[in-house]
Design a protein around this ligand. Structure first.
Ligand SMILES: [Zn+2]
Ligand SMILES: [Zn+2]
Length: 262
C-alpha cells in the first residue's frame, strides 16, 4: 500500500510535469529529478527568515501538540541545513508564514474543515497531506491517518511517520513539486511505517536552485557523512542482530530498514 501526497489536487498550483534532467545526480541513472511547482513560486524574503506554527486547534488526539512541534522543528532544520533559509516558530499561529494543522474533509478536527483532503480525490491511495506554496504557506495533514513520531513504540501497521511527511510538505511550501526519483523526499509516495527524512542529492539540488546554498553546507561532505552513517548502521545490525540505539541517526536509519510489507 502506498500513501499519497495530495498536493496538486486542490486549488493550489499543481506540480509541473516537466522533469528536469540532472545527470550529475546520484539517483540510479534513471534520469529522474526534482520539479518545481507551476509558476515556480518561492518565498522572496531578503533576510531569508520564515516563521511557522502548529495549530492549537486543528490537532489529532493521539499525538501531543509538542510532539508535532518537535517533528516539524526537525523537518524544517533539514531544509535550513542546505539553504540560507531560517525557520522560527511563531508565537502566534495566525501570524506565522507557514501554518500546520490536521484536517478532515469538510468538518475539520479543529472546526475548520478542509474541502480538498477527501480520500475520494485520489484513485491511487489514501491521501496523507497537502500544502500550499508562497505566499499561502498552509500545510494540511489528514486528521484520520495514524500519525506517529516514534515507529519503535508505535507498532500499528498503518502508522505514518509524521516527520517524513512533514519534510515532504515543507518542500512543497518552499516551491518544490514531486520528484520522480524514488529515493527522494519529494517523491510522491511513502509507505506505511516508512521513515524517509534525509534529503537526497536530488532534493538538495532542487531547493538550492530556488534559494541558493547554505554557505556552511558542503555537498560532498554531507552525503559522504550520511553514507558513512549507513555503513556504521549496517555494522551495528550485524553486531547486535537488531539496530537499536538512542542516537538520532540510529533511530532514523533503523526505521528505514524496517519497511512494512506492501
Ligand atoms: Zn507531495
Ligand atoms: Zn487542505
Amino acid at each position: 500500500m502506498f500513501l499519497l501526497c495530495g498536493c496538486g489536487t486542490a486549488s493550489q498550483p499543481a506540480p509541473t510535469t516537466a522533469t528536469q534532467l540532472r545527470p550529475q545526480d546520484n539517483n540510479g541513472g534513471s534520469g529522474a529529478a526534482f520539479t518545481f511547482l507551476r509558476g515556480r513560486p518561492r518565498w522572496n524574503r531578503p533576510d531569508m527568515r520564515l516563521t511557522y506554527a502548529v495549530s492549537p486547534m486543528a490537532t489529532v488526539d493521539h499525538l501531543p501538540r509538542d510532539a508535532v512541534r518537535e517533528a516539524f522543528r526537525s523537518a524544517f532544520a533539514r531544509w535550513a541545513e542546505v539553504t540560507p533559509l531560517r525557520f522560527a516558530e511563531a508565537e502566534r499561529y495566525e501570524e506565522a508564514d507557514i501554518r500546520v494543522g490536521f484536517y478532515l474533509h469538510a468538518s475539520g478536527a479543529g472546526g475548520d474543515g478542509c474541502g480538498h483532503i477527501d480520500d475520494k480525490s485520489s484513485r491511487d491511495g489514501p491521501l496523507l497531506a497537502h500544502s500550499f506554496p508562497a505566499k499561502d504557506g498552509r500545510i494540511h495533514m489528514h486528521a484520520a491517518r495514524r500519525w506517529t513520531v516514534d515507529l519503535d513504540r508505535d507498532t500499528a501497521a498503518a502508522a505514518v511517520d509524521l516527520e517524513s511527511v512533514a519534510t515532504h510538505e515543507i518542500g512543497h511550501v518552499l516551491g518544490l513539486g514531486h520528484s520522480s526519483s524514488k529515493s527522494s523526499v519529494m517523491y510522491r509516495y511513502v509507505r506505511y511505517r516508512e521513515r524517509k527524512v534525509d534529503l537526497t542529492e536530488d532534493d538538495v539540488h532542487g531547493v538550492q536552485e530556488l534559494y541558493g546554498p547554505n554557505p556552511h553546507f558542503s555537498f560532498n561532505a554531507h552525503f559522504n557523512h550520511i553514507d558513512q552513517n549507513k555503513v556504521e548502521q549496517e555494522k551495528g545490525k550485524v553486531r547486535k542482530g537488531k539496530a537499536r540505539g538512542s542516537s538520532f541517526w540510529r533511530r532514523g536509519l533503523a526505521s528505514i530498514s524496517c519497511l512494512c510489507p506492501q
